[in-house]
Every structure is written in C-alpha cells, then in structure tokens.
Write a protein that binds this ligand. Structure first.
Ligand code: TRH
Length: 388
C-alpha cells in the first residue's frame, strides 16, 4: 500500500533551465504516478515559464499539474512537510531548517544532487549528513547503476515514445503543433540544444554542402549567436532560412511535457546539461552531450565517465566515431571531419542508442526509488493518510 506523504521540493535556479527542469519533472511524477502531495518552492518563475508557459509569474500560490507552486520566500511561513527535498544543494532558509528540527516526527530530508556517471556516486548515495539540532539530511545521487538513485523516467515514457515513432506523420504533427512546416521526409533532422559555441562555420558549411537535405532545429539559447554570425542575420523565433542543402528553423520554447517529441522526431540530438541529456537517452537516438562547462575541468571527468559507460559495449570504430565528435563539440574544435564520420555511422549509432536505452530501462526509475527510500528512512513515522 503506497502511503501518501506531503513533499516539499525546493528549487533555486542557478542558471539555465535544468534546475527547474529536473525539479518540475520529478514533482509531476510524484503527483501523477505516486499520488503524493507536492509543494514546489521556487525562486525564478521567469525561467519556469519557458518550460511551463501556463505558470502565473506573480501568484502567491497556484497549482499546476497537481503540484502546488509556491514562491521561495514563503518557506519562512511554511510548516515542513513529511519529506523535504533540497534540489542540488540549494540551501533552505534558517527558519525552515529550524522548523524541521522542531517537527515531530522529523521530516525525511534529502539533498538530491546532480547526475554523474562517475564511480564515486554509488559510494555516496544515501550517505547521512548530520545537521545541528540532531537533524539528519541524506544525500541522494541519481545515476546509471542499481547502486545509485536511478534516472527520472515516467512509467509510460517508452511506450509513448514507441507509439509516437510508429506514426508515419508524427514529425509533421509535431512541427505543425509548433507552428513550423515539417522538413522534407528524407531530410536528416538535427535538434540543437547546446551552450554557446564559437566555431560552428565548418559544421554548418558541411551540412549546407551535403547531398541529403538537412533540417537543423535550433532551440532558444546562446548557440544562436554563432548561427546568426554564419548566416549574417538575426534569426527570429519561428523563422526558417536555407543555405544550400541546410534549412535552419529557429524554434520557440516548447512546454516540457512536449519537449520529448522533438527528440523523438529528430535523427540526431545535440543536448546539454542534465535533463535533456537524460531525455535524449530515453529517446534512443544518436546524440551528443554538450556538458555544462566547469572550472578545473571537472566536466571533462564527468564526460569521460559517461562515455566509458555508454561505450563499454561498443566496437572500436563506433567508440572512435562517438569520442571524436563529442570531443570536438565539447572542446570547441573544428567539427566538420568528425561530423561526416558521425553521420556516416548513423545506422550503427542508432542501434547502439536503442541498446543503451533498453539497458537503462532495466533500472528502477528515480521517483520509484525515492518513494521506497523515503518509506525506509521514515518507516517509524505514523502515516498521515493511507492512499486510497
Ligand atoms: O538548461 P540546462 O543547461 O540546465 C543545466 C543543467 O541543469 C545542469 O545540471 C546545471 O548545472 C546547469 O543548468 C546550471 O539543460 P537541461 O538540464 O537539459 O535543462 C533544460 C530543461 O529545459 C529540460 O528540462 C528541457 C527543458 N526545455 C523545455 O521544456 N522546452 C524547451 O523548449 C527547451 C529548449 C528546454
């Protein structure tokens, strides 16, 4: 019997969209699939509106998709829930923390950390972190192994993906929903959602010169600067322009619940950060991860750790093809040679992506694991309301 708890999720938007992207996805899944009561305390409603356009920017309280959305500052008046999830170590207010210590039985308090494929994750997952006042917080590490906290994956995601991709007109439907004409059926479609990148000219030239038409779907973000420089124009949202075989589409922001369709419709996904990185793996498409750049090259270690796992069963040629293009993309090198090698290996990359996605599906999803861990950690708590 699944017990219904009151969950408080806290999200501080550092920059970009992934902090709220991951939090919003988790919050919705806890409500929809696990019948939990969820409050999301958030400090940046403008960022949230990019992925959930129905959010009201100045409402004191509102409910979206069953999740109660609360401005960050209101945590001072809030009574802690049964479960407190501090997303990415975002630091709660002293007032709220003091209330955690005064609440009996004590809430289960977790710091849900950033995703990494590095091996140390398994050793730190669920480690306690004693706090003042006899309160204990626990680290929760998402990951790619059964000793980690798993990856966010909705229960029906894979079935939805497969049904969607079996519809011959799916890509046309997705583009029309975005107000954009679909690319020619035989076009190579590339989704671009990356950080800023100086040198794209060689890559764009090679696509413009390709025999096969190429559709480049550009998501909003800093990478547009390099595209505008090559085009020698300022691409407006919704605008489409062609150079040779290359047609560039400037996409609008898509609500997060539909973002996966872009990944499912594309032949190659260039993604970034954390959430779109995971979603491209569930899309089972050939993809490139533009990792969030960090000081002291910490991101290089994270990238290498993922590639070691992702390519563990790949043959030598495929491994080289992926490493060449991912390295060129993340190190700001000339992309053209590695791109041609990557596109030339699409059938093998596609088979590998599907095999990888299937291997990840064998792992319980993050939300289900979180529910179980909360039950374990709070097992001495009287349940509030037994879910009906
Ligand atoms: O936006 P990001 O670069 O966020 C990153 C990561 O969270 C990273 O861990 C963090 O350290 C850094 O910010 C500060 O990339 P990410 O993680 O893919 O998050 C983007 C979210 O936006 C994701 O949930 C998908 C969603 N999205 C939409 O819903 N619609 C859109 O149109 C676009 C472009 C994105």
């Amino acid at each position: 019997m699944k017990v219904q708890h009151r969950w408080d999720l806290f999200c501080h938007v550092v920059d970009n969209l992934g902090d709220i992207g991951v939090t919003w996805r988790l919050a919705r899944q806890l409500v929809v699939e696990h019948g939990q009561q969820v409050r999301l305390f958030l400090d940046d409603f403008k960022a949230f509106a990019h992925i959930a356009p129905q959010v009201q920017l100045r409402a004191a309280e509102q409910t979206l998709a069953g999740v109660q959305i609360v401005p960050w500052a209101r945590q001072a008046q809030a009574t802690p829930g049964d479960v407190v999830i501090e997303m990415f170590g975002c630091h709660l207010s002293e007032t709220y923390i003091a209330k955690i210590g005064q609440t009996s039985p004590q809430p289960v308090w977790l710091n849900l950390e950033h995703l990494s494929a590095e091996t140390w994750v398994d050793l730190h997952h669920l480690k306690p972190s004693p706090q003042s006042g006899g309160v204990t917080k626990y680290f929760y590490y998402p990951g790619f192994t059964d000793k980690s906290g798993g990856l966010l994956r909705e229960a029906n995601l894979i079935a939805q993906r497969d049904n969607w991709q079996m519809q011959p007109s799916a890509r046309r439907i997705a583009m029309r929903a975005l107000g954009l004409p679909p690319p020619p059926d035989h076009a190579l479609t590339v989704l671009l959602f990356s950080y800023a990148r100086q040198r794209l000219d060689g890559w764009l030239h090679s696509m413009a010169a390709s025999e096969r038409p190429v559709a480049l779907w550009v998501c909003p973000g800093p990478v547009k600067t390099a595209i505008n420089a090559w085009l020698d124009m300022e691409l407006q949202t919704g605008q489409i322009t062609s150079r040779g075989s290359l047609t560039i589409y400037a996409l609008p922001y898509i609500p997060q619940q539909r973002f996966d369709e872009l990944l499912w419709a594309a032949d190659i996904c260039i993604v970034r950060g954390e959430d779109s990185f995971v979603r491209a793996q569930w899309a089972a498409k050939p993809f490139v991860w533009h990792i969030y750049p960090q000081e002291d090259s910490a991101h290089d270690r994270k990238l290498d750790a993922f590639l070691d796992r992702y390519l563990a069963e790949a043959d030598h040629d495929l491994r080289d093809t992926v490493v060449h293009f991912w390295t060129a993309w993340n190190r700001g090198l000339d992309l053209a040679p590695a791109w041609l090698e990557f596109v030339g290996s699409l059938p093998a990359l596609q088979r590998h992506a599907l095999k990888w996605s299937r291997s990840l599906q064998t792992q319980p999803d993050l939300a289900s694991q979180l529910i179980n861990e909360v039950q374990q950690l709070g097992s001495n708590r009287p349940s509030l309301v037994a879910a009906r």
